[in-house]
Design a binder for this molecule. Structure first.
Ligand code: AMP
Length: 459
């Protein structure tokens, strides 16, 4: 089915064509007609499925009619991280180029003054992270009573980051007659509860997980005798597997940093992105990667989650992720939107339990890749070396269990502390405004120039 048959305006279909897309992805084909008919929507879909355009496109047509008013955004998109918010903003810029719509981005790490100014001028689309939005709302700088369309994106990620109470508060400030679209990769009970409470008669859509269904990703695991061998094996793979662009994931920020240094010292053109970096450095590195100035990006899960970096030929899991869901997200960076990609997971003895969990989640055994021969064994059973390592490893009780383990070093890259943690702050009247306290922004905040897509722009 072509885009023109989904009920979108000719201007919009033209903007989609200009981006090079002819055929809607399954989620777009299912979601767009319903959203245009003003129905609520629950979509179980991950990044990589084309889900962003499935709400951005119909929103542009819906918002094409109507007037902007000061301080009262007409629609609101909630995103868990700054990077995702910026990415949605980029989508609005590209698809909305033939429409006169105004957009504002409300994210941490950017000075509030400009954001407030944009709100005062009136915006059609407000893209926000919950923390910053609540902050402005509490300061009386924004009214949500004119907001007839709400998108909650990456709801399960919001749950991980403790944002659900904020979202509930935000939902209760919007008109009850609004249209609500909820996107989530999974549907854990708290998200189901949120949907039951705040959506009315929603259409439900579920699209296949890219990881389990995406035949465009060739997945391999490489068994290494010890974690010490990983760098060596990785370099061999980087040199031998026709790598044009690669994202390399590690479980700890320190590993990301050390790995990047080591790769650079071996002559690779690499960069790093992780939660310890300030926003401007993260964006600068990402831009270098997108522009091809570096071709290898070492990353942590939180910093890289959902980032749409096109044409990544390879994903390497330097460590097997502790959360099996993260595996799905990581390898989803390659093999995107029709392109083919390769994913390698380095498995040392301490990764065995994690890789087991990944295989349980995806429902498939990942074939073992022999670096020396470049061959893959499709043996359904565990390889002997792996079994031996498993037998030798410490008893199960000694291993950190998922529930009991220390919080990931890579704590979610929160925009601001979630509401539960912020509850202890004095009320608005008692505390000085942020601009007054720290005119230059919070320590570690980004005070430099705002790149085009992070700023405020007329579409
Ligand atoms: P998303 O799931 O929104 O992160 O999108 C994943 C990637 O698919 C992005 O690079 C989009 O630009 C791209 N994309 C979106 N819609 C289409 C389409 N209809 N055909 C091909 N690629 C698309």
């Amino acid at each position: 089915m072509p885009f023109a048959d989904l009920g979108l305006s000719p201007e919009l279909v033209q903007a989609v064509k200009a981006k090079g897309y002819d055929t809607p992805t399954p989620i777009q084909a299912q979601a767009i007609p319903s959203v245009l008919m003003m129905r609520d929507l629950i979509a179980i879909a991950q990044t990589g499925t084309g889900k962003t355009a499935s709400f951005v496109l119909p929103m542009i047509d819906i918002l094409a009619h109507g007037r902007r008013r000061a301080m009262m955004p007409r629609s609101l998109i909630l995103e868990p991280t700054r990077e995702l918010a910026a990415q949605v903003a980029e989508n609005f810029e590209a698809y909305g180029k033939n429409h006169d719509l105004k957009m504002a981005l409300l994210i941490g790490g950017v000075q509030m003054g400009d954001q407030v100014k944009a709100l005062n001028e009136g915006v059609d689309v407000l893209i926000a992270t919950p923390g910053r939005l609540m902050d402005l709302f509490e300061r009386g700088k924004i009214l949500l009573t004119g907001c007839d369309l709400l998108v909650i994106d990456e709801a399960d990620r919001m749950l991980d980051m403790g944002f659900i109470p904020d979202i509930e508060t935000i939902c209760s400030k919007l008109p009850t007659t609004r249209q609500t679209l909820l996107f989530s990769a999974t549907m854990p009970p708290p998200i189901k509860k949120l949907a039951d409470k705040f959506l009315s008669n929603p259409k439900s859509i579920e699209v296949a997980r890219p990881a389990s269904a995406n035949v465009n990703i060739a997945q391999h695991k490489v068994l290494v005798p010890s974690a010490r061998n990983k760098r060596d094996v990785l370099r061999t793979l980087l040199r031998s597997d026709n790598v044009s662009t690669a994202m390399i994931f590690a479980n700890r920020k320190t590993t990301v940093r050390e790995l990047n240094k080591s790769l650079q010292s071996h002559g690779f053109s690499s960069g790093e992105i992780h939660g310890d970096m300030d926003q401007s450095s993260r964006i600068a590195t990402l831009d270098q990667f997108k522009d091809g100035k570096i071709n290898i990006l070492c990353c942590s899960d939180v910093a890289a989650r959902g980032l749409d970096v096109k044409g990544v030929s390879h994903v390497f899991n330097f460590d097997t992720p502790w959360h099996p869901d993260d595996y799905v997200h990581r390898i989803g960076r390659t093999g995107r939107a029709g392109a083919t990609g390769r994913a390698f997971t380095l498995v040392a003895p301490e990764d065995l339990e994690a890789i087991d969990n990944v295989e349980k989640l995806t429902g498939m055994k990942i074939p073992v890749y022999e670096v020396e021969t470049g061959k893959t064994s499709d043996k359904p059973e565990r390889a002997p070396r792996e079994r031996k390592a498993r037998e030798e490893r410490a008893p199960r009780e000694d291993k950190p269990r998922r529930e009991a383990r220390a919080p990931r070093e890579e704590a979610p890259a929160r925009e601001e502390a979630p509401r539960a943690a912020r509850a202890e702050k004095p009320r608005r009247e008692e505390r000085p405004r942020r601009e007054e306290r720290e005119p230059a922004g919070e320590p570690g905040e980004w005070n430099g120039p705002i790149p085009g897509f992070l700023g405020i722009s007329a579409l």
